[in-house]
Design a protein around this ligand. Structure first.
Ligand SMILES: Cc1ncc(COP(=O)(O)O)c(C=O)c1O
Length: 442
């Protein structure tokens, strides 16, 4: 039945192709059906009026965002975007006229000419060096955000482990305080997920990991390098020790370093830098967000892995894209890569170092002040995130604070001290918080 349908439809298309080939000159001149009925006579004045109305509406949006930005201290997004120079060039050069697309294999000559792959490669080279990869045997690309990087970590990890042992299915391990994207990605990839308990500070509980680790299946371990709420860093060295002792048949280590991957490599503290150093910690891939520490004004990120992992992918070759395409998304944003390129070209290393030191110092200052006020608060080592007893709802709303619940600590809030969360911003917050405490005691 099915075969008959195919042969009938292919006969139909064959006949149609013959008819079209004879009638092609007529068809080229014909207007598509329905176009004559449309009122296409739009005057320049109408278009201008439409644009002016849109600008008025968007200006209100921009004014409103300006009001909330200075007090937006509850989420890990750096509001010091500092991209004026980039946008000036973008307008003045006429760059906005090009519909960019970085589709294809970032390592190969571009099949689609309107791309920014040269700049993307430079961005990847910068970050692979920053995370201790050998530039000659690593691979990476600009992602659409931390989740996209985690998606590639999970996908590449599964492919790599399946190539080592195609019989046993890999198991994904992540802590229950790690970002929810990882749990979703295990679901999307149809993988067994073992959710490991975490300690009160948010770190993966290694005793539970030991208990749950299978010695028969390959292990794909996602370590949280800065959990989203408490800013805890999983202990990679101990995780490696446990996996090795269990004689697991193959392991892949991915780091979710969405926020902390931005500032840890720039801290003076060598221990902090080591955490995201592939040459020392031997992780297989890392995902970092571009809109967190690096201040892009749109979701963006980076994914870096080794050529060894990349060589185990073996995706299908696409002739019109110059071979195999290792990224899951086909079309990729060429403008994001340019913005990241702009950031690394116009921000000297010392400037990133200063920002990194400042956010950690300001977080310590905040925690100290909260303690002085008698508010229970906590922060992990090498962290810019302070979590504390949840304040009044007016404070939560005004400062755009995120809420969480803890069995041990009760209702919580946190502040993520990014570059725009300066001492004056924190002092204003503390002063306002003090008034709510005083009034609640009256
Ligand atoms: C630890 C961690 N991983 C991943 C993500 C997801 O990153 P994105 O929002 O860029 O997809 C976040 C977001 O806050 C995060 O905190």
């Amino acid at each position: 039945m099915r075969t008959r349908f195919i042969s009938t439809t292919s006969n139909f298309f064959f006949a149609l192709a013959i008819v079209l080939s004879f009638s092609a000159p007529v068809l080229v001149n014909a207007k598509p059906h329905g176009v004559d009925d449309l009122d296409c006579d739009i005057s320049p004045a109408t278009l201008l009026a439409l644009q002016q109305a849109a600008v008025t509406e968007l200006s209100t949006l921009s004014d409103n965002l300006g009001c909330v930005q200075k007090d937006a201290i509850g989420y890990p997004v750096n509001q010091d975007t500092n991209l004026e120079g980039f946008y000036r060039w973008y307008i003045e050069s006429g760059m906005y006229r090009y519909a960019l697309n970085n589709v294809g294999n970032p390592l190969k000559p571009a099949p689609f000419a309107l791309n920014t792959l040269t700049q993307e490669k430079q961005v990847v080279a910068y970050f692979s060096k920053l995370y201790g990869f050998d530039p000659d045997s690593s691979f990476g690309f600009v992602t659409s955000g931390g989740t996209d990087g985690n998606l590639h970590g999970v996908y590449y990890g599964l492919k790599y482990l399946q190539s080592l042992d195609p019989k046993e299915k890999p198991i994904v391990y992540v802590s229950d305080e790690a970002h929810y994207s990882v749990k979703k990605l295990a679901d999307v990839t149809g993988s067994e997920l073992r959710l490991i308990k975490s300690l009160p500070n948010g770190q993966m509980d290694l005793e539970d990991f030991k208990q749950q680790l299978s010695s028969t299946n390959p292990a794909l371990i996602v370590s949280a390098i800065g959990t989203t709420f408490k800013g805890a860093i999983d202990d990679q060295e101990k995780i490696h020790e446990i996996v090795e002792a269990a004689k697991v048949p193959g392991a892949y280590y991915h780091l979710d370093a969405a926020l902390f991957g931005g500032f840890l490599p720039f801290l003076k503290d060598e221990k902090a830098r080591t955490i995201v150093d592939h040459s020392k910690m031997k992780f297989d891939s890392i995902s970092v967000s571009g809109h967190k520490f690096f201040g892009l004004d749109e979701p963006a990120g980076l994914f870096v892995t080794t050529s060894e992992v990349m060589n185990h992918l073996n995706p299908e070759s696409i002739p019109y894209l110059n071979g195999a395409v290792p990224t899951i998304s086909c079309s990729r944003n060429g403008l994001t890569a340019l913005k990241l390129w702009w950031k690394i070209k116009t921000t000297p290393k010392v400037a990133f170092q200063k920002q990194a030191e400042e956010i950690v110092a300001n977080a310590k200052y905040l925690q100290g002040e909260l303690q002085k006020m008698g508010i229970k608060s906590w922060m992990n080592p090498q962290s810019n995130t302070v979590f504390f007893e949840r304040p009044a709802s007016s404070i939560m709303k005004n400062y755009n604070l995120a809420a969480d619940e803890s069995n041990l600590y009760g209702p919580l809030a946190h502040i993520v001290v990014m570059q725009h969360v300066t001492r004056p911003v924190l002092d204003n917050f503390l002063a306002r918080l003090a008034t709510t405490i005083t009034s609640s005691k009256k």
